[in-house]
Design a protein around this ligand. Structure first.
Ligand code: MP5
Length: 186
């Protein structure tokens, strides 16, 4: 389902450039600041989803919320190291992704869970594509390719309905592509 969108979202030129070490600091930092904003929005969405989730999904969602808070702590450290201001304004791709997350609040929990699985699965595949020996961005690549993250994505898959909600899955993939595009735009 949506094979070409999965490919476009997970083998994007941004990721090729990260793998080759040719990404500009400017583009990388633009992505990083916007991803801090995205993860903040994702935590809001996920905490709300936890509150209404079926019993079987509570464990994986609660663990994910804790991981998102830890990720925001980690982002604070990385942003400070790179001299970035994470209080920057959200760019259009971040804002429209936020709108999708807000819309998911009104969808049935199963639909929202499936969308969340796509959000995380696409990231695991994307950063796996960006992996290379000696990459200057190894710590970022590592962050979304560690076995714990793969296990989390697997756990989400078990409570989601990966074959269903094709329209929502497509929307997530389109937002992911737009997010990488944004980082490369000047
Ligand atoms: C994720 C992310 C994965 N950090 N940014 C985008 C644009 N899409 C997906 O979320 P997480 O929770 O950081 O693994």
């Amino acid at each position: 389902m949506h094979d070409s969108l999965w490919t476009a979202a997970t083998q994007h030129p941004f990721l090729d450039a990260v793998r080759e070490g040719s990404i500009s600091a400017d583009a990388f930092d633009r992505w990083l600041v916007q991803d801090v904003l995205f993860v903040t929005d994702l935590l809001t969405f996920q905490a709300r989803l936890l509150a209404r989730a079926p019993r079987r999904a509570q464990n994986v969602l609660a663990g994910g919320c804790v991981a998102l808070v830890a990720e925001l702590d980690w982002f604070d450290v990385k942003a400070a190291e790179r001299g970035l201001d994470v209080a920057s304004d959200a760019l259009p791709a971040t804002l429209s992704y936020r709108e999708l997350l807000t819309r998911l609040d009104a969808e049935p929990a199963d639909a929202a869970l499936t969308a969340l699985w796509v959000i995380e699965k696409v990231y695991l595949l994307a950063w796996s594509h960006a992996r290379s020996d000696g990459s200057p961005f190894a710590e970022f690549v590592e962050h979304w390719t560690v076995p714990e993250f793969a296990a989390y994505v697997e756990g989400l898959e078990q409570v989601a309905n990966p074959g269903s909600y094709a329209d929502l899955a497509r929307e997530v993939l389109e937002h992911e592509i737009a997010f990488w595009d944004m980082a490369l735009e000047r």
